[in-house]
Design a protein around this ligand. Sequence first.
Ligand code: PHE
Length: 507
Amino acid sequence: MAQFGKVQGGTMDLGNNERRMLRVMLSEPTHSWSLEQLLSATGWDDQVHVAGAGVGLEEAGLVEVLEERVNSVSLGGEGLLAASAGLLEARLWRWISEQQPDDRTMAALSSEFERHEAGPGVGLLKALGIRLEAGSMVAENEDSVTSAIEQRSAFIGSLVAGPVGQSELDSDMVSHFTSRKGLIVLEERVSRNWALTEVGSSVDVSTLKEVDLIGDVTPEMLQGEDWRDAIFKPFDVNAPAPTPSGGRPHPMQALIEMIRSVFLEMGFSEIEGDFVQSAGWNMDSLFIPQSHPARTMQDTFYLSEPEKVEVEQEYLDLWARVHEHGHDTGSRGWGVTFDQEEAKKALLRTHTTVNTVRHIAENPHEPCRVFGIGRVFRQESIDRTHLPEFYQIEGIIHESEANLPMLISTLKTFYSKMGFPDVRVRPAYFPYTEPSVEVDVMWRGKWLELGGSGIFRPEVTEPLGTEWPVCAWGLGLERLAMLILDLDDIRELYQPDLERLRRMPIL
Ligand code: PHE
């Protein structure tokens, strides 16, 4: 069957944009056109037209799109600041040059510049050949310092107008600034050029008059008869087009809202609590022994302002008895002296379990099902799976018939509503629950651990004044987010990379 439009080199099927672009290109048939050249020669102000017409012409075999990957360099956040306020070393050097030689001291510099600048700044100056002699800063060769700094400033200045190809830049400067944080960003970009094919360059320009193509069928048009003979513009659903990007909630915020509505749907109410807590409520109330390794400064952020938080004496006494000998909980306690001062130490909460125990202490005789989604803090080194601040999804069922099957089915319901129908629990240990279980969900054929849970021990519930069992859980939010958003590095959740955030799925 004859397919006129698809005949290579045929021009009758071309749209007006394609005709215009081809006409322009035929004015210099052997030239390879850049985007900017095509925009100015066609008079278009949107690159989408070039890209779209280019695809059409390429499909017709008239044009070849040449793609080249180039590394480009642009200013990062710090670089933009440096471009307006000056590089740190330039500002320090200017200050030094303005001082009398005797006043060029470290002490004076530290009082003139903020600590976060003075520290790294001195490192930069040293690397430029500035030495400390009897407390004063002395340059081996002032002119060479000035010229090195000027060269760096000029480099930053050359990037102000926009990204520049790496090959056009001084490679020493590029590697210098790559080693400094946030000043420049290296990116791979695809640059496209358009050139006529042999068939394209033999097209007769006189066949390329723009024709009246009808793109939109309007009610007015349909009232007349003209549309019967009109030529309609074919749609190309594969043509490149800009992706409109409006505002959207941050994926983590969207996920929090989703979890919130799942728990609300399941009949839970939401509770909140403060970031700053006493060690007493965060740990002692949970029967975590005062000698527990997680309570050291290596693991927990203690505060110096305030250093202590007031805790009701009634609870301090109760926890002391429970920890020392079990009080009347039937437990033997930890058998060591309880330090009430230790319990008053202020810290950043290390888990949101502190919110649920406090909720029980405030409402010991009211049955409840509550949850909270909150940030917690632990001294962790940052890596692919750890952050020193992260979220927990906490909850309890506090009622006379609360039991383990109820806990497990609640967690199963929650995860299946979140899209993870396969949930299992394994025996675990927490100082405050018995039994204790770890919660895993199935993800791409593997079990992944997402949180801990259990029934609070009597050592926990008795001092809180309740007689009922409590099902409790604390689940990781970021881990769940990584599964849902398909990330393999937890840091991606919090990097302010708009492009990447825009590409994350909408929940
Ligand atoms: N608090 C525990 C954690 O931070 C989780 C947990 C909560 C375990 C409640 C049991 C009961 O990992």
